[in-house]
Design a protein around this ligand. Sequence first.
Ligand code: UTP
Length: 297
Amino acid sequence: MRNKVTKAIFPVAGLGTRFLPATKSVPKEIMTLVDRPLIQYAIDEARAAGIKEFIFVTSRGKGALEDYFDQAPQLESELRKKDKTELLDVLESTNMESGAIAYLRQHKALGLGHAVWCARRLIGNEPFAVMLPDDVIAAEKPCLQQMVEAYEEVGGNMVAAMEVPRDKASSYGVLDIQEDMGAMVSVKGMVEKPDPGMEPSNLAVIGRYILTPNVLGNLNKMRAGSGGEIQLTDAIAQEIGNDDGVYGFRFRGQRFDCGSKAGFLQATVSFGLARGDLKDDLRRFLTQVVATEKAAE
Ligand code: UTP
């Protein structure tokens, strides 16, 4: 029997420079899509996949993130007094079980691989998930849940993968495919941010992973890779050809890169349109904006 995946690492120690000046004082993960911070989308997805322990790798200036997961007794009692049961339910759905969250610090932003390695003692000898909250995935069945189900079949190391235009591949880790089995591919190589024209395929890795503890062992010995950072991709690639191997998983859903301004705006519109209470007004507004833009051309 395979070990169940019950632990997830959330590396949130990056500098978030693409959102300066906002990220001077607001952690990127607290920025909101409609009315929920990015981190809440990731937590909900993790819970749906059966994750019980949530490990945050943070850095200086991420206090608002820790506060977000505290209970808010004063706010709750005010809402109770005013009989605002719907809002109370919203608040309660964000409560976490005592002891379910651990925070540790990455003292220097040495890269995603290094951030994951910082959590090694809390992971021990079990498979674990890694989730990047910048990647928000709208899906009927949450992405990590799809992956956990696939992992139960094949085991190994699994990375979420999606087709990207060739000219965009150099912004991602890219898979070199051994065998394409449809939803799943077996992998014979992985390249982090390949030089333009050198990408082995157009299948890119995005921010959901299920990994074996061997990857943490590989990170023990890692040196800086692409961009001078310690890359998670390199540590995963070292497992290719080993017993467990590496798989890419084509998830069903739409991924938004909320670490970029364009992706964040697109997600805001898309999540707004998915909300019954907002969609009519928003659609009307968007139609009007497009018509005005067209008329001005
Ligand atoms: P990004 O590449 O998006 O970097 O990191 P960033 O610092 O968050 O944002 P920009 O590029 O400066 O705008 C991808 C993920 O890896 C985490 C980030 O917090 C983000 O979740 N990360 C990155 C770390 O935890 N530590 C690092 O040293 C680097």
